[in-house]
Design a protein around this ligand. Structure first.
Ligand code: SF4
Length: 207
């Protein structure tokens, strides 16, 4: 076998292992999410929607974008939350055609008992040191941005596709990247996956 073919074979072998690893993590996430939703008697989408409304995200379209579900399936979840007396809808004071969401007192109590992430998933990162966590965030940002380029996921507010992001502008330093919005250098560990200041880049920066 020629050296070039051997290299290709090694890469595809490595990619297969990486995809298997990612699939296993994804399975673990789904299993933990289902376990948590069973305990709180809410579907994963209902639980996420409740947490986002608690965080002050009141627009159904914004919530559907952040969770990554269609407006139609979010609408079913919002109706279920309303039927359980956890959520109410009202007209936006700024735009009478738009609906905004609010928690009821019961919904607030229920969302207080919900964790953003199941404990087992949080604990799975405990073992990583800071450098490994920084590296993981960088790699995840790149994978998510690639998936978004292919139209497989909708994650609009990441550094990786922001017009203010200048990756590796300070290469070799502990804070290699630069954000033009705040005019400041930042590290891999400070890459953001959901930034309110984000503005979409015409061409995704390569990093
Ligand atoms: S504005 Fe936010 S998303 Fe954009 S580069 Fe700065 S920190 Fe990242």
């Amino acid at each position: 076998m020629e050296d070039r073919d051997k290299g290709r074979h090694k890469d595809s072998d490595l990619e297969t292992k990486l995809l298997t690893g990612l699939a296993k993590i994804s399975l673990a996430f789904r299993a933990e999410e289902q376990k948590q939703s069973f305990e709180v008697r809410l579907s994963p989408t209902q639980a996420k929607a409740l947490l986002l409304v608690e965080d002050g995200i009141q627009s159904p379209s914004e919530i559907s974008k952040r969770i990554g579900v269609s407006r139609a399936s979010l609408s079913d979840s919002l109706t279920a939350l309303q039927d359980k007396g956890l959520l109410k809808k009202r007209r936006s004071p700024e735009d009478s055609r738009a609906t905004i969401l609010e928690l009821t007192a019961k919904g607030r109590r229920r969302s207080d008992g919900l964790a953003d992430w199941p404990t087992a998933l949080q604990e799975s990162l405990d073992d990583l040191n800071t450098e490994e966590k920084h590296m993981l965030l960088r790699v995840l940002s790149k994978i998510i941005a690639n998936l978004q380029d292919q139209g497989s996921v909708s994650v609009p507010r990441m550094c990786a596709n922001c017009r203010f992001f200048r990756p590796n502008a300070h290469a070799g330093s502990k804070k290699p990247h630069h954000c033009d919005y705040i005019n400041s250098a930042f590290s891999d560990g400070e890459l953001r996956l959901d930034c309110p200041e984000h503005e979409a880049a015409e061409m995704r920066p390569n990093f």
